[in-house]
Structure formats: C-alpha cells, structure tokens
Write a protein that binds this ligand. Structure first.
Ligand SMILES: [Zn+2]
Ligand SMILES: [Zn+2]
Length: 275
C-alpha cells in the first residue's frame, strides 16, 4: 500500500474502516434499517467515490498553498510562535470551527442547502451515509477551511491531521451502532458520535437544524445549537420531497441541485417558523 499515491491510500483506509464498521453494525445495530438500508447502498457508494475524488483534488490545492505559506513563515500562528503542540491544537480547533460554520451556512442559505440536501436525503443512516455528498459540498467545505487555515498559517501537517480525524469521526457518527445510553451521553460532551449526529439527520427540521459539529460537540454547546443525544435513537431519517425511488439514484441526486425546486424554499420557511 505504501507505493500508492497518498490520496489513494487514504481512500482505501476509509473504505477498509467503512467495511469494519459495517460488520460491527450487523452485530450491534442501533435500529433495523430494512429495505431502505439495502436500497441506499449503490447510490451511497457511487457518491462516496465522487466525494473522495473531489476531496483529494481540492484538498491537494489547499495543501499546496499551505505548504507554500509555511515555507514563507506567513500567518498568525508563526507570528505567535507557540509551542508545537499548542500550535497544532489551535489549528485543529480553528479548522473544526470553520467546518461548524460552513455546516450552519449550508443549512441557512438556500443556495448552499440545495447541495447539502443530498446528504440529508438518505432515508436510512448508516456508515455508507458518511460520504453521500454532492461534490459541490466539498467545494463549500474546503472554501470555508481555506478562509481560516490560510490567514492562520496552519501548516499542511495540521490540515492533514484534521482531515483524517474528521473522516474517521464521520464514519463513527453515521454508523448504525447501539451503545449504552449513559456512555452515549458521556461521549456527547466531547465528540459527535455515536448518536449525536443522528439527531441532525432527523426529518423534523427542529432537530435537523441542530448538532452541526464535525469533530467536537463543543461548538453546538457554545452557540446554543445542541440537542440532547437521546432524541437520535428514534428520529425518522430523511428529507421530505426525496422519497421517490427515481430521485434516490446517484445520477438524480447529482443533478437535482441544478433543477428548479420549490421544496428548498418551503423547507426554509418551515425551519424559520419552527425556530
Ligand atoms: Zn447538515
Ligand atoms: Zn451526516
């Protein structure tokens, strides 16, 4: 595996971790996903390949820029000259905050929501839902990360560590795994898995527009967007307007954001009425 390009190595690691978690899901499922759990496999895996390709290309451009700036000693962090461990911790937290802000923006701005809706349209949430994304969502997330990482002068190493951590946290937060309720509540003080992010996949917008965090749960607690994890054990997954089987293919999901779609504005109205 060490002879493969690094983007291919990380894609393979993600698929291996996905397969391991899928085996664990079969042993200790949070809930039975039934027919929807089988029907989403093909579109989810197809979109995962597209997303990994988009992330590798866009991430590569950002890494190149970060490496150039690191060579020039540009940015806030080099100016502060913190100890290496503190510098990495600040970079990781700043990147996680940028992902939180990009996620909130994707829910609040109709032009961005239409792309993020692809991820929320899955009527069954398990480990294969993780990378069920529209490739434009990768552009949005990398743009927000760049807006923080470049002026901060976060090194390419810190960005790579963050991307790897968020990839594996993503697999854990979508995995259909049952853990004891007490452990679940305790973990929700630190991280976004196992059930914290299930709340976010609810069809009910009062729940969907909460628990936006990617790596740590602290941003939701700090900014008042936290919903206790117990709700995530029984919410109905999916998105109204996306339930027709013809709309659930990978091709339909890739094309839908570019079509006229009244439900986007309807959902925004419902979300503001509920808040
Ligand atoms: Zn979301
Ligand atoms: Zn998700």
């Amino acid at each position: 595996m060490e002879n493969l390009p690094s983007s291919l190595q990380s894609a393979l690691s993600i698929f291996l971790a996905m397969a391991a978690l899928a085996a664990l899901e079969a042993a200790i499922p949070l809930r039975r996903l039934g027919r929807a759990g089988r029907a989403h496999l093909a579109p989810n895996l197809a979109l995962a390949l597209v997303t990994l390709g988009a992330n590798a290309g866009l991430g590569g451009v950002l890494l190149f820029a970060l490496a150039r700036l690191e060579g020039d000693g540009f940015g806030l962090l080099p100016a502060l000259a913190l100890p290496p461990l503190a510098e990495t911790a600040v970079a990781l937290l700043a990147l996680d905050l940028s992902f939180y802000v990009s996620h909130v923006a994707m829910h609040k701005l109709p032009a961005l929501w239409r792309f993020h809706a692809t991820h929320h349209s899955d009527p069954a949430v398990d480990v294969t839902t993780t990378l069920r994304q529209h490739p434009v969502e990768s552009v949005i997330r990398v743009a927000f990360a760049a807006a923080v990482a470049l002026p901060l002068g976060a090194g390419p190493g810190a960005y790579l560590v963050y991307r790897s951590a968020v990839s594996f946290a993503g697999l854990l937060e979508h995995a259909n795994l049952r853990v004891p309720a007490g452990l679940d509540r305790a973990l929700a003080w630190l991280v976004t898995w196992p059930t914290f992010h299930k709340v976010h996949h609810a069809r009910d917008v009062r729940f969907t527009d909460s628990n936006y965090g990617n790596l740590v749960s602290w941003w939701d607690r700090a900014f008042g967007t936290f919903t206790p994890v117990d709700a995530g054990r029984s919410v109905a997954y999916g998105l109204d307007g996306f339930d027709e089987p013809a709309g659930q293919t990978a091709a339909a999901l890739l094309l839908r954001p570019f079509r006229r779609q009244a439900p986007v504005t309807e959902r925004m109205k419902a979300a503001s009425a509920a808040s």
